[in-house]
Design a binder for this molecule. Sequence first.
Ligand code: TYM
Length: 338
Amino acid sequence: MFSFFSKPDTRKVLVSGIKPTGRPHVGNYFGAMKQNIAFSNSGDYRSFVFIADYHALTTVKNKEELSKQTVEMVAGYIACGLDINKAILFKQSDVPEHTELCWIFNNIVTVPYLMRAHAYKDHEAKGKEVNAGLFDYPVLMAADILMYGADIVPVGADQKQHVEYARDIAGFYNRAFIKDNREYFKMPKELIVERVATIPGIDGKKMSKSYGNHIELFCPEEELKKTVMSIVTDSSSPEEKKNPDENNIYNIHKHFLSTEEDLLLRAKFENGGYSYKQAKEDLLETIFKWRKGKIDIYMRLVKNPNKIYKILNKGGRIAKTEAQKRMKEVRKQVGLDL
Ligand code: TYM
């Protein structure tokens, strides 16, 4: 708690968001959540972790779904170990200043520049309708990141371009509105851990809720079993030796393992006599073991959303205070504050 006598907080700043478009999955966890939790819990960073519900609106058009999934994401983060006393955990829409900053940024980016964004191009290529929110997605994300002066943004590889956009937009803004060449908005850096940059899904493509190839961390047991047993494999017989690096089951399983366990698993694939059925059952067991204890925390929180609302309220108030300070300066710089 800040008091008159307390020193200013000089720690580096971490900012990371997750969209409440479903329950957290293995890709979210290893690609981003695990790093966010470790960095936040270390106490070495001023950590802003938020549920990107404004961003989710680009695809979710059902209020019950959006609020349920928001609760599930928060519960997932806490169940996975995020210490809520070490991170400012909040809901993006509780700090509408993000959209205000986004609007200001909208006026310094061009349409052709936004047309180069991967997410936009993918949608276009698939002939999907692109709403204006989706088109503007990277600008809102830049506002999320720059609002709090992020030094690091732990994310999976799919978000790399978005952090590059945030850096660009920081530069556009500084050049447009800051007279003395000062770097007002700091350049954020993506933090991508190579080994977990792109976790594959059950079909070997990048794991994603939108591809429906994801393994949820906290789904009911039967559902988890069904998903794991449906991991796509080739037609090798149980006796055949298999290359673990080309195997979907191994490429998911390895992330849950210590170095020693990983070596043992690799050997099973390489030596032959390890059926895909057995490999899937082993993965399932590993996931059950991993989530033991965590799932109880998750279920308790999901059943008691009042606790989650309180946590979000507290985090939202702290984030809002920061955002208001930022916007006071920004409004002055652009000439909105007379
Ligand atoms: P979202 O909700 O799609 O995913 C949340 C985080 O999970 C990572 N991730 C993965 N990492 C590795 N392999 C995968 N298969 C995989 N799938 C998902 C994502 O890279 C992400 O880090 N635009 C963001 C949300 C956001 C945000 C921000 C992030 C909004 N504002 C500001 C950082 C900073 C998104 O859609 O994440």
